[in-house]
Design a protein around this ligand. Sequence first.
Ligand code: NCD
Ligand code: ZN
Ligand code: ZN
Length: 346
Amino acid sequence: MTQITVPRPDDWHLHLRDGAMLQGIVPETTRHFARAIIMPNLVPPVVTGAEAAAYRDRILAALPEGADFTPLMTLYLTEETDPADVAAAHASGLVKAVKLYPAGATTNSASGVRDFARVAGVLEKMAEIGLPLCVHGEVTDPAVDIFDREAVFIDTVLDPLRRRTPGLRVVMEHVTTKNGVDYVAAQGDDMGATITTHHLIINRNHILVGGIKPHYYCLPVAKREEHRLALVAAATSGDGHFFLGTDSAPHAEPAKECACGCAGCFTATNTMALLAHVFEREGKLENLAKFASENGPAFYRLPVNAGTLVLEKTDTPAEWPAKIVTGAGPVTVFDPGFPVYWHVKG
Ligand SMILES: NC(=O)N[C@@H](CC(=O)O)C(=O)O
Ligand SMILES: [Zn+2]
Ligand SMILES: [Zn+2]
């Protein structure tokens, strides 16, 4: 038996949703994670400090009895966002990041940004106060192939935006390409990237070969194997630019298994076991703590969690429910497609 102890991990990119879905899935995160950056793409989105405070209260009210979990709130950047409201929400400690969705890029992104000139004032304020911008890094131009949208975003949006706003701290969320990894790794400590669990495990063949697998469909869509390998190398390297953001994104089964299925993989339940498997396979278990517990707090200028999480490898494959039953419908748990012998202890 092999065992590894890491500081309690955090999830730097999480969708908790609202209402019955929130209630049903929040224990899947609080079981292992101490904190999470909560994505603001509700319907309607979480735009103002007041809305973020109300959403935080709903999350806290939904926590299981005795849970030790802190939601780190974000604001959804719109062309109408008021720099003063953002600064106040940051100063009060409520908000830890602002989220940029290019309009139309992903689930519930219709209120996102179309004209970047209209958010220049907010971005300048954020650079001044050190508040990070989390970016869904895909262009939405219909002429750009979906598998190229991240790479094109880096060249045509992300890099120009960072040059225009010196000092702005940026997280490239759910990076999925070698282009993204190489770009981020070459920047200073004002740039970071989250990597999801599922993008470390699946490539685009997993979605399409042998029949379409709606539960492997997410955005940004998984790319070629060479890109997955670059993500694995980055995540397991210990490089402080890269940290865990599961992008665990629950959709009820009927919304996934239909003619026009929603994007999102649900990995909150089994992420830590899957990561131990991936890191061990690379011979890099010693860097799991950096990726899941240390690099994220360093970027967000927060302390590493005091508690610990113990993972152990046994002869018996780990088991988790195929679905989480919620009041909003069943949510399918990500299936890696291979047995996993790592378990979270306790
Ligand atoms: N990742 C996804 O495929 N879906 C996310 C949105 C997002 O993070 O882009 C969701 O909210 O469902
Ligand atoms: Zn996204
Ligand atoms: Zn997401």
